[in-house]
Design a protein around this ligand. Sequence first.
Ligand SMILES: [Zn+2]
Length: 593
Amino acid sequence: MALISEESLERVKQSADIVEVISAHTDLRRQGSRWVGLCPFHEERTPSFSVDAQEKLYHCFGCGVGGDTIKFVEEKEGLGFAEAVELLADRYGVELTREREDPQAEERRRQRRRLGELLDRTAAFYAHVLWDAPEAAKARDYLAGRGLGEETLRAFGVGYAPSAWDTVLMRGQRAGFSVEELRAVGLAQRGRGGGEYDRFRERIMFPIRDRRGRTLGFGGRAMRSDQGAKYVNTAETDFFHKSRMLYGIDLAKEAIAKAGRAVVVEGYTDVLALRQAGVGEAVGVMGTAITEEQVAALSGMVDEVVLALDADAAGQEAMLRAQRVAAGRNVRLRVAAMPAGEDPAEMVTEEGGAERFRELVEGAVDLPAFQVGMVLERTEVDSPAERDRALGEVAPILAGMGETASRDELLRRVAGRLDLEPALVMGRVTAARPPSGGGPAEPPREGGGPAPQVRQGAELTSRERRERALLAMCIAMPAEGCEYLSRLTDAHLSPSGVRAAAWLREHPEDPASNLPHQDGELSSLIAELVILAHEEPASPEAMELNYLLLEQRRLESEIAAAGEADDYERRAALSRERATLVERIARTERVGG
Ligand SMILES: [Zn+2]
């Protein structure tokens, strides 16, 4: 694969209809020259999401996300840049041409392909052993005993790792792979004596595949009780990040799209048993609490995720983080509480079990309500100390929900149960907001790009608001803008302002046409400035005033610095300069009205 050519990238940008693309995720209304709607990236009641159809940009004045059509698709569909371009090209009938890539990147890609091939071959070998080798008879019996049929096992590529210490090592090398390559994908490991051996031996093997069905790692279940850990997974490699993977996603994705929801379970066999019982939308988190990355991956596919996990045991902290991510991405997390001591795999093999499981899923309650319910249930409401402890526990849960109607409802329930004023509970919720300002926490993205900067508009400093207004006017009035951009120095601007100003100096004609897609923070800031430029009135007076106010800020920090350096002479000179400036500002304000 080679790079998409600049020219076809340009055609994709021109052909894609940003209003149409975004309308699939939120209702947009025309308002003058722009389109507005509820932000599809954060939960809100009044629209602060703005789309500029002409410039083909979007920006949310609430949470700060923004960019062009490609960025929107990347964010909303959880795709990398190239994949997002391909999707749009496909949709708008643009044929992509490609250019040759630099040799280093091509070499990395070649290496990755080789390692992928090694993993796929090994998975096929394990499957072959499971079905044909006499030593796997016990494993076959075990799986049959769990009610799993051959068709299901084959669909998931379940296999068996033989007991010999170097089967995969020898086979891999015979097929032309090096020991380093076997180690790189986590199939071989080095012993204390320095020799290499197979990581997986005498285990039932579950290949862990990505959305496209490529094997990236394995989970291995021990066959004997004296075999060390019951489950061993591929160690974290460049290839394999367990916290980002969802077991069974390759087979489940269609059923998930059809059902409009995903069901998340804990173990490998849960996923297999559910699929066999007709619950095809199940994916596994492989024994851990659901991670932020997993929620993010699912958020690109569905609006609703049902957790059929032991919710009490799954770490409260992890759940809170997952809830924040879910709230930030408009995903509803619900809990289907499993009866104590029973897992989905066991349940669905019983008579009528599949029906019972479906009912549990249908009756699932929202995660925050579920968690709050658990706290309230174990609280002795007669004891003030207990009520205080309960309040401390529920406050972060409520805070993680964002400003929603369901939060308000839950808050009233808590107040009623604990016999407290709702305003008091609300106070604790406000105090419990994460230090980021309550904006939804964004997880690292699958595409590997930097996470979008999420900032509440209100969180900007007055200097940042001032500099953004000025920079937007520089776009609105390019002739004057050019002059102000040359007058502005780094000392006038915040770090993000410095970068935005540099971008505008380099792209004076058309700042929005080629957003730096590898720099999400800068792209979203430029998108914001261009949209502001179209919305806010600009005038030479307003530009001058904003510039002078930034100049005042600059002088004030120099005065402070001179004071710290005990340079009183310089401080006095600067102070006189400031006095003149303040007068000028007052005059300009009068002119500007
Ligand atoms: Zn937003």
